[in-house]
Design a protein around this ligand. Structure first.
Ligand code: HEM
Length: 307
């Protein structure tokens, strides 16, 4: 049975380092060999700094996949679904390789990030890098706990991983969407606490969900709690982390799923709303600056790249 990259379903860490690369022309063979070595590199550093709980994930961009692996393609892998409605935007960017490094030590993340950049060497351009951190008790920088309704335990695997019967070659892999959101913290802070709570449909300090009848249709948790045609909840596994400094602050949003559909439907519900004028009011206070789609293949798939 294919084993997934362990970082996909891992519990949250204290520090995150996200690296987005574009591959230079003619470097494909080199990159395949380098990516096949990444899981061993993560294992090696996880052993060396065992108390740091280091995990890593590598994923391949939707536009780069065919060049990277012309033999076959995850059947639902598609470019990031760009969206726009009123002043709500979700832009689409294209990156070839995504590397997520998370641990409980910022210095270990730094060491591993440096090692990966050395490994890729001259064959890539580093297009974006985000240093992220856990904020208080797992809160977003808006002050609300993020991740509460995430799938738990073994259910994380069911939500995040492609099943053997669906696509055998890509079993244990995961469709990944990332967006870098930048918050307008000053505007957010101008709201009274109960107004902020209405934006999420949850209380702030004790993180309690509003009763369904009290949740505004524009609340973030209302807009993202969706069901399919059979009444089953649509789920994604979020591994987002806050990032920022004194100039910009936001959330690096990360979604893993066995299919790209749930993320796309949730984003559509946030940006375009419910068709009756109820879009996600969180988007008044934060804006997606980037967006990209990837596939994170299984460990078996990565290992086989070297053969
Ligand atoms: C719930 C923050 C973007 C999907 C939440 C919660 C917070 C939050 C605080 C409530 C606690 C929890 O269950 O985690 C944010 C922030 C975002 C953002 C700050 C951007 C800046 C997104 C996006 C999606 C999404 C882009 C998907 C397209 C969800 C889902 C839930 C959730 C599925 C759980 C809803 C429920 O079942 O109650 N988010 N989120 N979020 N968010 Fe977001």
């Amino acid at each position: 049975m294919a084993r997934e990259q362990f970082g996909i379903c891992a519990e949250p860490n204290l520090h995150g380092s996200y690296l987005l690369f574009n591959v230079l022309d003619d470097k494909n063979a080199f990159i395949r060999a380098a990516l096949s070595r990444l899981p061993a590199l993560f294992d090696d550093y996880a052993d060396r700094y065992s108390e740091a709980n280091l995990i890593g994930v590598v994923a391949i961009g939707a536009a780069y996949w065919d060049e990277f692996y012309p033999q076959a393609r995850p059947d639902s892998l598609a470019p990031f679904p760009a969206m726009h409605s009123g002043d709500r935007v979700a832009p689409s960017d294209s990156y070839d390789i995504y590397v997520e490094i998370r641990s409980d030590r910022a210095d270990v993340n730094h060491i591993v990030s440096t090692k990966i950049c050395q490994l890729f060497a001259e064959s890539v351009e580093l297009s974006e890098q985000i240093q992220a951190f856990r904020f208080l008790d797992g809160r977003d920088l808006t002050g609300f706990v993020d991740g509460t309704e995430n799938p738990q335990g073994l259910h994380r695997r069911e939500v995040a991983l492609v099943k053997e019967q669906d696509q055998p070659l890509f079993a244990g892999g995961s469709y990944l969407h990332v967006q870098r959101y930048e918050h307008n913290i000053r505007l957010w802070n101008s709201l009274a606490e109960h107004e902020q709570e209405d934006v999420y449909g949850r209380t702030k300090y004790d993180n309690i969900e509003y009763k369904s009848e009290n949740k505004p249709l524009t609340a973030h948790t209302k807009r993202t709690s969706l069901k399919d045609e059979n009444g089953n909840s649509l789920e994604i596994l979020r591994q987002s982390m806050p990032y920022g400094d004194m100039k910009r602050k936001g959330l690096f949003f990360v979604s893993y799923c066995h299919s790209p559909k749930p993320f796309e439907l949730m984003l559509k519900s946030m940006v375009h709303g419910d068709g009756e004028g109820h879009s996600d009011h969180l988007l008044k206070y934060t804006q997606a600056e980037t967006g990209a789609a990837f596939f994170a293949p299984s460990l078996n798939f990565l290992k086989a790249l070297a053969e």
